[in-house]
Design a binder for this molecule. Structure first.
Ligand code: HEM
Length: 444
């Protein structure tokens, strides 16, 4: 069938559907999904399609993965993370993935759990019942601290500000598709570009410092990710050079903290709007932990904590859309997608589709009880993507979110500050646009 037979998003000459996309990217993808399971997004300058049927998404992510590369936005992100695991391709990617994988094995995760709880406890020393705080900012610092300590054996300390600024500048840069369509915009000395360049320079200094510190301490070999990267040898015996090391470390730092911080901030928000769920969470924590800190071994006995995390990831998936570019012409549903087409599939859309979830807009953690995850079609729920390019940090992040949530909420509740506006900001991740100002309340 010719591609022209595919439903097309409404638009205007020259700009296509871009105005609708700019106005509200999340609403745009939801409304275009209603036009059909494969939709021509009508973006100017490229052939871009959206898929929203879980079976098609599975086909693209798993079966046809070899015909695809990351989409234009992710390739562009190389200006921040270079050729790290998230953005590299082919044999190079495969080798780096094999190299990094042991740092995420089950036995390593066990060692990280205690760090995760200890870091949360340290962060909570600043929390005073009755005060109002931006918990999203707190969680960003906390999850960065956790990644630095577990994967790089380092206390990132004052470097956290530079990384936080880089995250903010990256969010700002990738919120808009405009620079992708008009690349010249990136070369203008406008404040947005200056902020990205400046924060990248400062964050680079932090990351190179972390690597140099470990190289200096030489003999003190540890078994964390940084050591694995430093020790790795090519077949010809050569090591990774400093730029490759920097790219992998920067990738883990960038991919590995804001996503988890966002999911926790959204979980606290959803709990604040659903007192019955919050009370059930408090009751489970009190019954199982009786006031002591959680450990990894407690998690199987805290099923409701896991349900809250799954449900928050469903309603506010921190990775809200995945994009791929067709590298070799590729067929789906009888359509032949030409080389260079962009394919998008959105967690935000699929997770809120009534065909996949009953009462999809409602926060109902208990829907995950009784094995819903196993009954769902594959890719009806995919907060961590899937196929060969699935998130390497899936188990790390799920465990971290559960342990941090259990530690944060066993003695405290969080209520939304009066008048605080809550809205998602869809950029490279889905973060709360105005932060998350919440009041800390002692649990009875
Ligand atoms: C709730 C937290 C997280 C979410 C929702 C999430 C989501 C995702 C998704 C959807 C992808 C696939 C992207 C694509 O297909 O283009 C991905 C890839 C990746 N994530 Fe995560 N992630 C999370 C936490 C983490 C953590 C904690 C780490 C590391 C410590 C991490 C590191 C990575 C890396 C390195 C990749 C690229 C993997 C590859 O292509 O081989 N993520 N993540």
């Amino acid at each position: 069938m010719p591609l022209a037979a595919i439903a097309r998003a409404p638009g205007v000459p020259l700009f296509g559907s871009l105005l609708g996309y700019f106005r509200d990217p999340l609403g745009f993808f939801r409304s275009t999904a209603r036009l059909g399971s494969v939709v021509d997004l009508h973006f100017p300058g490229s052939r871009s399609f959206q898929l929203s049927d879980p079976a098609d998404i599975e086909y693209v992510a798993v079966t046809a993965n070899k015909s695809l590369v990351k989409d234009g936005t992710l390739r562009d992100l190389r200006r921040v993370v270079g050729q790290g695991l998230l953005t590299s391709e082919g044999e190079f990617w495969r080798r780096q993935r094999r190299l990094a994988q042991p740092a995420f094995h089950r036995d390593r995760l066990r060692a990280y759990a205690a760090h995760m709880v200890a870091s949360t406890k340290r962060a909570m020393r600043a929390f005073r019942p009755g005060e109002t705080r931006d918990v999203h900012a707190d969680l960003m610092r906390l999850t960065l601290d956790i990644v630095a300590r577990t994967l790089f054996g380092s206390d990132i300390g004052t470097g956290a500000t530079a990384i936080g600024d880089l995250m903010a500048a990256t969010t700002e840069r990738y919120e808009s598709l405009l620079p992708l369509i008009f690349p010249a915009l990136d070369r203008l000395p406008i404040p947005r570009n200056v902020r990205l360049r400046d924060s990248l320079r400062r964050a680079d200094a932090v990351v190179y410092g972390l690597i140099a510190e470990r190289q200096r301490s030489g003999g003190d070999a540890r078994d964390d990710l940084l050591s694995m990267l430093l020790e790795a040898r090519d077949e010809d015996g050569s090591r990774m050079n400093d730029v490759q090391l920097r790219d992998e470390v920067m990738t883990m730092v960038i991919a590995g903290h804001e996503t988890t911080a966002n999911s926790l901030a959204w979980a606290l928000f959803l709990l604040s709007q659903n007192p019955a769920a919050d009370a059930r969470l408090g009751a489970e924590l009190s019954a199982v932990l009786g006031g002591r800190l959680p450990t990894l071994d407690d998690l199987p006995n805290l099923p409701y904590v896991g349900c809250v995390v799954s449900e928050a990831l469903r309603l506010y998936p921190p990775a809200w859309v995945i994009g791929r570019e067709v590298a070799e012409p590729f067929e789906l549903r009888g359509f032949l997608f030409p080389k260079g087409s962009q394919l998008y599939y959105s967690q935000w859309v699929v997770h809120r589709d009534a065909r996949n979830f009953e009462d999809p807009e409602a926060f109902r953690p208990e829907r995950w009880e009784d094995g819903l995850a196993k009954r769902l079609p594959r890719f009806a729920y995919f907060p961590f993507g899937g196929g060969p390019r699935a998130c390497i940090g899936n188990a790390f992040a799920t465990m971290e979110a559960a342990l941090v949530l259990a530690t944060l909420t066993q003695r405290h509740r969080f209520t939304l500050a009066a008048g605080h506006r809550v809205a998602p900001r869809a950029s490279i991740t889905l973060r709360p646009r105005y932060g998350m100002r919440m009041q800390v309340v002692a649990r009875d």
